[in-house]
Design a protein around this ligand. Sequence first.
Ligand code: IDC
Length: 338
Amino acid sequence: MKKVFKIFILLLILPILVSGCGSKNESPREKRKTEKKEQKIMEKNSYPSYNGFLKVDGTRLVNDKGEDFILKGVSTHGIQWFYDLYTKENIMSLKTDWNTNVFRLAMYTKENGYIDDKSIKDKVISLIDTVIELDMYVIVDWHILSDNNPTMYTNESKEFFNEISSKYKDKPNVIYEICNEPNGGTTFDDIKTYANEVIPVIRNNSPKSLIIVGTPTWSQDVDKVEKLNYDNILYTLHFYSGTHKDDLRNKAKTALNNNIPIIVSEFGVSDASGNNGIYLEETDKWIEFLKQNKISIISWSLCNKNESSAILKEGTNILNDENLSSAGTYLKEVFKNY
Ligand code: IDC
């Protein structure tokens, strides 16, 4: 009887003894539990409802509590071509399965984009609403490309951003990218002229908003940036790993040394055409460099076009593992570990 009682007591206190040691010497099960808990907190902490309006502090991106913050996510292809793919379900998969916290809306200005067809604005607004509902950040990208100099459509840009920033003035989710990729000889002075017109319009409506500014040579010359006279501005660097390597990373290093806050609001695992490759070893080098410097990253692109930077296989529509292209499979892992 006595022996049975002793065993009973031992069984009772054993878990306490084990868990007591746990803090220093956790069992694998306990460890998994703690990790899961930490993961949950991290996930919760990744979204706008926790982080609020993002801010720039030196070269750091921080949340409204001053804690380091990294945006990571995927860009649409041209909304004029692939709008039907950007369903709530697909964007939700990017959040829950891909571990991303931002979705970028590439609103082309030309190539049947906004300048040619203003009705695309309604699609952009509907997408912004969906992304906000999912508690993610959303980048509204004025996607200049064949119209190489942003000063070409300054008035249209002011009108567009005035409407969007007044509609979403209280929403920390919405981030403004005012000129995707200046090119064709556009200088930083041109960009400055344009930015000095557009930024005050946005800030007049939404003073705390985060704004991304493109840089010369398809958003590569971050080394040529002179800071604008506004708070909370990020300057963007775009790379495609098959084309842009050490030389461009060196520009990024120069920018950081010059105290210029940068973001990679577009990158591809293909070459600069959006096709060929894919170039995973080169992308790995980029990702390691960017991760070390806590730089935000957004990949090109969620579409099912027959080009190697596309995340979905041609002919598929639903963002699940089965439908991922090689680029998609690779990028999903990048985001999960970033
Ligand atoms: C590419 C698309 C391609 C499309 C082309 C022109 O992948 O399908 O035909 O635009 O519209 C960028 C641009 C981005 C480009 C991408 C790849 O921001 O619009 O998309 N790229 O060329 N800058 C460097 C590369």
